[in-house]
Ligand binder design. Structure first.
Ligand code: ATP
Ligand code: MG
Length: 330
């Protein structure tokens, strides 16, 4: 068994988790930066991360009852994400690795969202819908990697709804707030339903919804209802094709939008139509968190994955399907 301390700092959240390769989570301490106004400002978010890093690290160690000497390795999310934010986590990880002579383990943030979902749901070989503020994709394991079976070509679904929320004066996180308004909507207003093969496009949908709002002819409730309905139906359609094509019998959702009851309900109904089981990752592991980096780092270290200090630069555009997954067999 391998015990790893993992650091998450790719975007809004700074987190430290401690986990073992056999799936025990000993600590999961996170702190999310909330912009006073507007969207995420990478430099401000990175300043937040630097400020809370020491406190979060100390708290995670104290909750786990481990001292850093008991830890087998230091894992860090090196991407994808925002450069200034990623560098805070990477710097702390390198420092701990050198100071305590522990191997450094690179973790891809998207792979971590997937592995925590497999651990939490108990699913062995699911089709995974990964939806958050910075990512929207459908993936499953094949020939040593997580392959992508559909993704957004422009804006992630979470970002689309968060931006709409911001435009109507609501603070981050916008998705649950837009959903609350959407529940009061009654009439569907035509929206651009933009599915291109297995890929999705959300930027036209956002523009369209904002234009309808400016016209002043429709209620905010109906616009939110139509926006949410269209956005989630598009994602459900491509997820359904992936599930049918791959002929798998488990479907899961991970990432911040796994907390959405509306989206989960759509995916569940679709999965059951295909005789597949559906489970969402638990809310505490849905958004960005340190535990998922620690657990994925433990799986990786257990398979001999480490990185030298010199090579441990951050990769803001690191794609999930470039990562070998030696801890899984076909
Ligand atoms: N209760 C909720 N219901 C639905 N969506 C939610 C809820 N809480 C947060 N969200 C949405 O989840 C998204 C944030 O996801 P997450 O915490 O995984 O961070 P992220 O930085 O966007 O992640 P990534 O880098 O993985 O794309 C935002 O779009 C936010 O509005
Ligand atoms: Mg995330």
């Amino acid at each position: 068994m391998t015990i790893v301390l993992g650091i998450e700092s790719t975007a809004h959240t700074f987190g430290v988790g401690i986990a073992s390769s056999d799936g025990k989570i000993f600590a999961n301490v996170n702190d999310t930066y909330r912009p006073v106004s507007g969207g995420i400002h990478p430099r401000e978010a990175s300043e937040h991360h630097s400020k809370v890093a020491y406190k979060i690290l100390k708290e995670a160690l104290s909750i786990s009852n481990f001292s850093i000497k008991d830890i087998d390795g230091i894992a860090v999310a090196l991407g994808p994400g925002l450069g200034p934010c990623l560098r805070v986590g990477a710097t702390l990880a390198r420092f701990l690795s050198v100071s305590y002579n522990k191997p450094l383990v690179p973790v891809n943030h998207a792979v971590a969202h997937i592995e925590i979902s497999r651990l939490d749901t108990g699913f062995k070989d699911p089709v995974i819908v990964y939806v958050a503020g910075g990512n929207t994709l459908i993936t499953s394991f094949k020939d040593g990697r997580y392959r992508i079976f559909g993704e957004t070509l422009d804006m992630p679904l979470g970002n689309c709804l968060d931006t709409f929320a911001r435009e109507i004066g609501l603070s981050y996180p916008g998705v649950p707030k837009v959903e609350e308004i959407a529940k009061k909507g009654k009439k569907y207003i035509e929206m651009p339903y933009s599915v291109k093969g297995q890929d999705l496009s959300y930027s036209g949908l956002l523009t369209h919804a904002l234009e309808r709002l400016k016209e002043g002819k429709y209620s905010l409730e109906d616009i939110c209802f139509s926006l949410v309905e269209t956005a989630y139906s598009m994602l459900t359609e491509v997820s359904e094709r992936a599930l049918a094509f791959l002929n798998k019998n488990e479907l899961t959702i991970t990432g911040g939008l796994a907390r959405s009851k509306i989206l989960c309900m759509k995916l569940k109904e679709m999965a059951e139509d295909h005789g597949a089981l559906f489970k969402a990752v638990s809310p505490s592991f849905a958004g960005d968190n340190g535990a998922m980096i620690a657990y994925t780092g433990a799986l990786a270290l257990n398979s001999g994955v480490t990185i030298s200090l010199e090579e441990s630069y951050v990769s803001p555009l690191w794609r999930m399907d470039e990562v070998d997954i030696p801890w899984r067999k076909d």
